[in-house]
Structures are given as structure tokens and as C-alpha cells.
Design a protein around this ligand. Structure first.
Ligand code: HEC
Length: 314
């Protein structure tokens, strides 16, 4: 049963015309290979998409860290003295403020950044817009319970779509932070006036108070992946169809046409062998061999017929 199935598929059981057999075999081979290609490319494009998303989020996080650093090193020394005076508090001196503000500008600059997000989520923040939500609080709790952990990455499914996130802990690393984040009486008056004295205080040295979290949307990248896959499959199908057409025409020209001709001549030769000439016998290929065999058979037939005739003569 198995063998007959294989024979039918490869062609060789003679149950259908060669052209149909070739088309059937090619269709099975091509469909099979396209399916395998889809499976493999789906995996490969999937890895590539994930890698791209990961690269984007790491770059995004590094950029935000650089903005923070620039603010600490270059902007803060210039602006901080202003906050000591009685004037309005200048948040430009605060790294967290500059990072979130730069991000807002970035987000506003192009529609494709609309879904990106950068958060300095904090359990007890100075600016209440930095208050961690449930998901962010869980990430912070996980950093607090294992302080050696430097980064958490993962996927997050929300009603708006699926996101890849990268999170890093925010730790109170220097005593200078405690000026503004320990007790209200140590903080500049201007800060109290701007943010109040009830939140963003009580932080301790070496405490993990929050997490920087970048989120990058995955939907657009995965859509692009699906489109590439579809384009590749369509391209393969087009190439395979072209190959099938060419193979069919080669089969027709090389084998079927000469065979039909020889078969017609053989039929003629079975009645009047002397009028038929298998001219294809001069060919060097298998068709030539077939024609030579027929030519020999024709000659034998002619001799036999002649002998019969001679015998019938009185
Ligand atoms: C001059 C006072 C000052 C100093 C010094 C300071 N901060 Fe802040 N910090 C603030 C203010 C004010 C905000 C709120 C800024 C805003 O409006 O986004 C803030 C915000 C933050 C936030 C975002 C969450 C929140 O509370 O809104 C983090 C995290 C943070 N600071 C960490 C630190 C760390 C770590 C240090 C030390 C390296 C530090 N800060 C030093 C005043 C300060």
C-alpha cells in the first residue's frame, strides 16, 4: 500500500498521462516545501522580530540613562543654586524630570513613538504622576526582594496591545539624594512649595525606591513580520509556478511530442512497414534509441510479411 502510494506520487505506476503526473508530483513537492519554508521562516522571522524589539528597548533605556547622566553632571550644577533661593522650584535640575520630559518630546515627534513609554515609577514619588501602578509596583517589589537583580525584561499584554518592557531598579545611591527625598525640612523651600511635603520623602540610602521601565510596542514589528512572511511565500509560489510551467513545456518538447510522433508512425508501420521511416533514429538520446528499436522491429516485420507473401504464392 505504502509502495503504491509512493509510486503514484513519484510517477511510475502509469495510471495517468505523464503531463498530469508531472504536475501532480511538482504540486505535492512544492506544497510540501512551501509548508516547511513557512514553518522555518516563521521561527526565524519571529526571532528576528524579538531581537529587533529587544534592541530598540535597550537603546531606548540607554538613551534615557544618558539624559539622566547629562542632567546630573551638567545641568544640575547650574540650576541647583537657583533652587536654594526663594524663587520657584526649577525641576530642570532633576534627572528624573529631564528624562521624562525628553521622552515626552520624543513621543510627540513621530506617530510611531506614540505607543512607547518611559516611566520612573516610584512607590512613594515626589511628583504623583510617577506613582507606580499595580504592574510597576510588582516589578519594584521584585527588585527590592532580590537587590542583585539588575534588569527585568518581559512581555506585557494590555487591552491596547502587546508590549516588550525592560526595567532597571532606581536606587538611592548617594547622600545628596536625601537632601530632597528624606525629610521635608531638609528639602529646598521652593520644592516644598511646588510639590508639597507629604510625598517623596522618607527614602533611605541604598533603598530601591522605584524602577525605570521602558515599554516598546510589539504589534507593529509582528505585523511587519507577518507581511514579510506572506511576501516570501507569494514569491516562492510564483517561482514554483514558473518552474512548473517550464518543466511542463520541457517535458512536452523533449519527450511527449517525439513520442506521439513515433507512436503514430509505429501504428502506420504495423500496416505498411515499407512506407514508414523512423527518422528520429539519428538522435543520440533515448528517443533515438526508441526510434532505432522501432526501425529494427519495422524491418523484421517487413521481412516476415514478405516471407508470408512468398509462401502464399503458388
Ligand atoms: C534638589 C532636590 C533633589 C535632589 C538632590 C534629588 N531629587 Fe529626585 N526628585 C526631586 C524632585 C523635585 C522630583 C520630582 C520631579 C518631577 O516633577 O518630575 C524628583 C523625582 C525623582 C524621581 C522620580 C519619582 C518621583 O519622586 O517623582 C526619582 C526616582 C528620583 N527623584 C530619584 C532621585 C535620586 C536617586 C537622587 C540622588 C541621586 C535624587 N532624586 C536627588 C528632587 C530632588
Amino acid at each position: 500500500m505504502k509502495i503504491t502510494g509512493l509510486k503514484m506520487f513519484l510517477g511510475g505506476d502509469g495510471s495517468r498521462p505523464l503531463r498530469k503526473q508531472l504536475s501532480l508530483t511538482l504540486a505535492v513537492v512544492f506544497t510540501g516545501s512551501i509548508l516547511v519554508v513557512i514553518l522555518l521562516l516563521d521561527q526565524l522571522f519571529g526571532w528576528q522580530a524579538k531581537d529587533l524589539i529587544n534592541q530598540r528597548s535597550v537603546f531606548f533605556m540607554d538613551t534615557m540613562l544618558a539624559v539622566r547622566q547629562y542632567t546630573s553632571k551638567q545641568v544640575n550644577p547650574v540650576i541647583a543654586p537657583l533652587n536654594e533661593g526663594g524663587g520657584a522650584f526649577r525641576p530642570e535640575a532633576v534627572p528624573s524630570y529631564s528624562a521624562t520630559t525628553v521622552f515626552e518630546y520624543l513621543r510627540g515627534s513621530k506617530p510611531e513613538y506614540k505607543e512607547y513609554s518611559y516611566r520612573e515609577a516610584t512607590l512613594n514619588p515626589t511628583n504623583l504622576k510617577d506613582k507606580s501602578d499595580t504592574f510597576e509596583s510588582e516589578v519594584i517589589a521584585s527588585f527590592r526582594s532580590s537587590p542583585a537583580q539588575k534588569v527585568i525584561t518581559g512581555e506585557r499584554n494590555t487591552p491596547l496591545g502587546s508590549y516588550h518592557f525592560v526595567a532597571r531598579p532606581i536606587k538611592v545611591t548617594s547622600q545628596s539624594c536625601l537632601v530632597c527625598h528624606s525629610t521635608p525640612d531638609r528639602a529646598p523651600r521652593s520644592q516644598i512649595l511646588a510639590y508639597g511635603d507629604s510625598n517623596g520623602f522618607g527614602w533611605k540610602i541604598d533603598e530601591i525606591v522605584g524602577a525605570q521601565i521602558v515599554s516598546v510596542p510589539q504589534n507593529t514589528v509582528f505585523r511587519a513580520k507577518r507581511e514579510s512572511l506572506l511576501a516570501t511565500v507569494l514569491l516562492l509560489a510564483a517561482v514554483f509556478s514558473a518552474v512548473a510551467l517550464v518543466a511542463n513545456s520541457i517535458l512536452n518538447r523533449l519527450i511527449l511530442q517525439p513520442m506521439r510522433l513515433i507512436s503514430k508512425k509505429a501504428e502506420e508501420a504495423s500496416v505498411t512497414p515499407s512506407t514508414v521511416s523512423f527518422t528520429e533514429k539519428n538522435r543520440a538520446d533515448e528517443i533515438g534509441q526508441l526510434a532505432k528499436s522501432f526501425e529494427r522491429m519495422k524491418q523484421s516485420l517487413a521481412i516476415s510479411m514478405q516471407m508470408l507473401k512468398d509462401r502464399q504464392k503458388p
